[in-house]
Design a protein around this ligand. Structure first.
Ligand code: 57M
Length: 358
């Protein structure tokens, strides 16, 4: 809104610059999050939206009466900042808003069933998955039929890319739904998911800016995506809103983000990676999400395999996802979280180096 009013109407050129709007979108989201938190906390407590604890949690990890759905705060601060600082005539912005709102509704319903109807498992995995696929498919079809590039690009090999054609649609659904669930699985310790969300959003703030700048994209041999620069502002607003949430989610957490947060933030990161043509960079920057998800896949399949072969299921990890394995090894929760953050920072630096290694 500021872009259209101050630049397009009043001619204030400062508001034309993506760099300026990127910085102030982050600051706006962060202070909105701080300002709105007391209201959200009071509302969540009055509605008794407290996390239900599953019985089979590690003993060290049974937490009582922590309000969930803090993701509503993140989404509100994020979207208000986007509406204020983005060019609202850019179609990518409305795709982002649709994805965050769509996955947010799915997560909210799941959280509501868990918190209010006291069903720890929430809505059925099938219903949740099909809803996610529906929202992601709508985005994929819109992109495909609006002429968005269906080329798949690889890091390092600047000349290696090929056209996915119609397969772009299932690929896009896989990226959006996969990232959404990977963040969801990771969100199992105080601050554990929001940290890598911040580092990954930082990486995509840079990649979005470069992808939307024809001179920089050409110089760095990355795909030029007209209009992608506006996604840098979305990513910085995500950073600001996430930092505000982290203030209250840091150990010992006063609030959890809930599925309303994890599903929407994950889907947002997947969508930005898709729109900037950098899905493999997401796999590196979001490596913690990948590792956590793979640990569950390995654990489940090995358990099934050993149960079938030996009649008794065996586990590779003490418990999956990986963060529970370290809990069972006796690591304290904050130690696990901070070490995962450190790994995320290293992965973010490696991701940014992919801009030059070509
Ligand atoms: C998402 N949710 C947390 C909170 C957060 C297939 C399998 C991998 C599914 C997985 C599962 O249940 N995933 C659900 C993880 C939950 O957090 C809530 O959920 C939201 C995110 N979606 O915002 O509202 C619990 O995590 C703790 N928490 C914190 N601080 C935070 O800031 O302490 C969350 C955020 C909260 C709170 O205690 O209640 C979760 O863990 O459920 N299942 C698992 O992850 C289980 N693993 C498992 O069953 N492993 C098996 C097989 C399936 C691989 C095995 O190893 O053999 C673990 N999760 C639970 N108990 N709940 C371990 C056992």
């Amino acid at each position: 809104m500021f872009y259209l009013f101050f630049y397009k109407v009043l001619g204030v050129t400062l508001f034309k610059y993506i760099t300026f709007r990127t910085i102030y979108a982050a600051l706006t989201a962060k202070f909105l999050g701080f300002f709105l938190y007391p209201y959200f906390e009071k509302k969540l407590k009055s509605l008794q939206f407290n996390q239900t604890i599953k019985e089979y949690m590690p003993e060290t990890h049974k937490k009582k009466q922590v309000p969930t759905m803090g993701g509503l705060l993140i989404i509100t601060a994020l979207l208000l900042s986007v509406l204020l600082w983005n060019d609202l005539l850019n179609k990518f912005i409305w795709i982002v808003i649709f994805v965050v709102a769509g996955f947010g509704v799915i997560g909210f319903v799941d959280d509501y069933v868990k918190a209010k109807l006291k069903k720890p498992e929430g809505i059925s995995e099938r219903a949740k998955f099909l809803s996610q696929v529906a929202v992601a498919t709508a985005v994929a079809l819109f992109l495909y039929f609006s002429g968005f590039s269906t080329e798949l690009y690889f890091p390092v090999f600047k000349n290696l890319h090929f056209d996915l054609g119609l397969f772009f649609i299932p690929w896009a659904v896989f990226i959006i739904v996969g990232t959404s669930n990977a963040v969801n699985i990771t969100d199992g310790l105080d601050g554990l998911a929001i940290g890598p969300v911040i580092t990954t959003a930082l990486v995509f703030t840079v990649f979005s800016y470069v992808a939307g700048n024809v001179k920089l994209a050409t110089y760095l041999h990355i795909p030029y995506v007209p209009g992608a620069g506006e996604l840098a502002i979305v990513c910085s607003a995500l950073i600001g809103a996430s930092l505000a949430f982290l203030w209250f989610n840091a150990y010992p957490a006063e609030v959890f983000m809930g599925d309303v947060g994890s599903l929407s933030l994950g889907a947002l990161l997947g969508t930005v990676a898709l729109l900037t043509k950098q899905e493999f960079v997401l796999a590196v920057a979001g490596g913690i999400f990948v590792i956590e998800t793979v640990s569950v896949i390995i654990q489940r399949y090995y358990f099934k395999y050993t149960k079938k072969k030996y009649g008794e299921g065996k586990r590779i990890f003490k418990m999956a996802p990986l963060h529970h394995h370290f809990e069972k090894m006796g690591w304290e929760e904050p130690k696990i979280t901070v070490r995962f953050w450190i790994i995320s920072v290293i992965l973010a630096l490696l991701s940014l180096s992919l801009l030059k290694i070509r």
